[in-house]
Design a protein around this ligand. Structure first.
Ligand code: CA2
Length: 147
């Protein structure tokens, strides 16, 4: 049976490809979704790709994963560096989590070097652009198949 993976994107990622291409590249969030859908077909994975600008919505979606998904891939965007609520929700789910960032947060401002989400993530991928989502899906596919 194919594994069900929830892919979540945090605030302002809906602007991807439309602003700041020097940091985040020229691909839009729709392009990233298309890449994930293609990868899901290759891996026989069932994905649900979502974006919200609201912390509470992201928390609600993470809680949904407790019964409806096998794992989560999350780019929490700015909430990475601020949100104990998202960390608590991810810890409560007790499913594998992979954290993804398009940019290399460690090469950027000091405040981006800290991630609350990393405290609960199985793995963290950053700096590889949209390919990071693809690699996270591959890693989860292997992990879930070996469980
Ligand atoms: O590199 C990443 O993926 C980030 O999660 C992106 C966040 C940032 O706050 C994190 O530190 C690193 C920002 C997402 C906002 O994306 C935009 C895209 C285009 C234009 C403006 C914002």
């Amino acid at each position: 049976m194919s594994h069900k993976v929830l892919i979540l994107n945090g605030p302002n990622l809906n602007l991807l490809g439309l602003r700041e291409p020097e940091i985040y590249g020229s691909q839009t969030l729709n392009d990233v979704e298309d890449l994930c859908k293609k990868t899901a077909t290759d891996l026989d994975m069932d994905i649900d790709f979502r974006q919200s600008n609201h912390e509470g919505t992201l928390v609600d979606w993470i809680q949904e994963a407790r019964v409806s998904f096998d794992a989560i891939i999350i780019n929490p965007a700015a909430y990475t560096h601020t949100s104990v609520a998202i960390l608590d929700a991810l810890q409560a789910v007790e499913k594998p989590v992979i954290e993804v960032h398009l940019s290399n947060i460690h090469k950027r401002e000091e405040f981006r070097h800290t991630s609350y989400v990393s405290k609960t993530a199985q793995g963290v991928i950053c700096g590889l652009g949209p390919q990071g989502y693809e690699l996270a899906m591959l890693a989860l596919s292997r992990l879930l198949s070996s469980q």
